[in-house]
Write a protein that binds this ligand. Structure first.
Ligand SMILES: NC(=O)C1=CN([C@@H]2O[C@H](COP(=O)(O)OP(=O)(O)OC[C@H]3O[C@@H](n4cnc5c(N)ncnc54)[C@H](O)[C@@H]3O)[C@@H](O)[C@H]2O)C=CC1
Ligand SMILES: O=C(O)CCC(=O)C(=O)O
Length: 429
């Protein structure tokens, strides 16, 4: 039997919030601020290369499924394309294109020499066996073989993927070219050239940016009440580091639901519980069950969406009570909701800054690999801390100087650097 999940590129329903349109709106706002030439804006509005491949996969029961695998390369004017690979049922070409564009601005904002890319396959990894996931990942890598490489495009983990998938990608690429090429991916296991600190890096970067934003308000992490949506690689690490720094993590959730404790959750115990329950926090003792919707509107100081896009929208923005929203996920707050929150004086720490810790340590992993010299975790964390704080200071300085939101400031800095590089290179023919 043959089934297919190839996704047609037809227009979505009107209620759909298109992540690519949202990304382009932010780009337009930055372009207006920078007074960018229209032609330059057109170059930046479109991905340079869009690759969609058909992936026939034999399921364990003998069924043949044909999946669609995407890789969108937005811009490589500053260096090789860089960005994660997402396995999630909601993956579409539009979403991957938006996320690729965000990667371009993120890398430029952090001052790391990469362009932006993203990849994805519309599957729920929990519905596939490890063997099936390995076959899918290897086939996807083989299909992309001419489009990736350590100086061309360097994938990394994103939602639904981890060091395990990166190891399969590295091995498949290496076998295809005939020698070991660790630099083709980052976020690898330590045994094949991964970096210490990469697993916690996105959560650590989020903790650093929240800490800096609180300091700006004369506050500290100690005693700050935090709610976190998503308890995967990013949410889980952010929760632990914030807890260790003295914050009170009152609620966390995953796709199955959430848990709440007025006095703060015991995060190490919750991590251990989730590890035994396929990542789910539901049913954790000494906590009240809450829904994902309730988590977003709880009274707290800092709300950290660390799962999917469009979680705070016109539908729930009026009920959000946090004073700071730290976007650990990519695109978790819609454009309209951002404007409503900003009008109420809520600080939004934008995704391209807040979740940049992952790609920063990916860069450090790549640098270590290229120099055949590996650092201890303390050094990795120190370099991460320096780059994150420096980027935060640039954003806050720019926002104050130009009287604009942190998001617009971050975009203006990122887009401005990419535009300047395009001009200096003679428009990148
Ligand atoms: N992994 C990384 O290094 C980076 C990830 N990000 C972004 O962070 C976000 C999360 O990524 P990861 O933690 O890597 O993914 P993950 O796959 O490790 O974890 C995702 C978490 O979100 C939960 N989730 C899924 N749908 C949900 C829903 N509707 N409501 C509540 N929770 C839900 C899952 O159950 C899981 O706990 C994504 O937006 C990703 O693009 C950004 C930068 C780097
Ligand atoms: O680590 C990387 O290269 C990419 C991380 C990523 O996909 C992201 O920042 O959204």
């Amino acid at each position: 039997m043959i089934s297919t999940s190839l996704q047609p590129l037809e227009a979505p329903s009107p209620a759909f919030i298109c992540p690519f349109d949202q990304a382009c709106s932010y780009l337009d706002a930055a372009a207006r601020e920078l007074k960018l030439d229209q032609g330059l804006l057109e170059i930046l509005s479109r991905p340079r290369k869009v690759v969609t491949v058909s992936l026939p996969v034999k399921r364990d029961n003998g069924e043949i499924q044909v999946l669609a695998g995407h890789r969108v390369q937005h811009c490589d004017v500053l260096g090789p394309y860089k960005g994660g690979i997402r396995y999630h049922p909601a993956v579409t070409l539009r979403e991957v294109s938006a996320l690729a564009m965000l990667m371009t601005w993120k890398c430029a904002l952090l001052g790391i020499p990469y362009g932006g890319a993203k990849g994805g396959i519309a599957i729920d990894p929990k519905s596939y066996s490890v063997g099936e996931l390995e076959r899918i990942t290897r086939r996807y890598t083989s299909e992309l073989i001419d489009n990736i490489g350590p100086s061309v495009d360097i994938p990394a983990p994103d939602m639904g993927t981890s060091a395990r998938e990166m190891a399969w990608m590295m091995d498949t690429y290496s076998v295809n070219v005939g020698h070991a090429v660790p630099g083709v991916v980052t976020g690898k296991p330590l045994s094949i050239g991964g970096s210490r600190g990469r697993e916690m890096a996105t959560g650590r970067g989020t903790m650093i940016i929240v800490r800096e934003a609180l300091a700006e308000l004369g506050q500290s992490l100690e005693g700050t009440r935090v709610a976190i949506q998503g308890f995967g690689n990013v949410g889980n690490a952010a929760a632990l580091l914030l807890h260790q720094a003295g914050a009170i993590v009152v609620a966390v959730s995953n796709s199955a639901g959430g848990v709440y404790s007025e006095v703060g959750l015991d995060i190490p115990a919750l991590k251990a519980y989730a590890a035994k329950n396929r990542g789910s926090v539901v049913g954790f003792p000494q906590a009240l069950a809450i829904s994902n919707d309730e988590l977003l509107t709880l009274p707290c100081d800092v709300l950290i969406p660390a799962a999917l896009e469009n979680q705070i929208s016109e539908e729930n923005v009026d009920q959000v009570q946090a004073k700071i929203v730290a976007e650990a996920a990519n695109g978790p707050v819609t454009l309209e909701a951002s404007q409503a929150l900003e009008a109420r004086g809520v600080t939004i720490l934008p995704d391209i800054l807040t979740n940049a810790g992952g790609v920063v340590v990916s860069y450090l992993e790549w640098v270590q690999g290229l120099s055949y010299l590996f650092w201890d975790e303390e050094r990795v964390n120190r370099e991460l801390e320096n780059l994150m704080v420096q980027a935060y200071q640039q954003v806050i300085h720019h926002a104050k100087k130009r009287q604009m939101s942190l998001r617009l400031a971050a975009y203006t800095l990122g887009v401005g650097r990419v535009a300047q590089a395009l001009l200096d290179r003679g428009l990148y023919p």
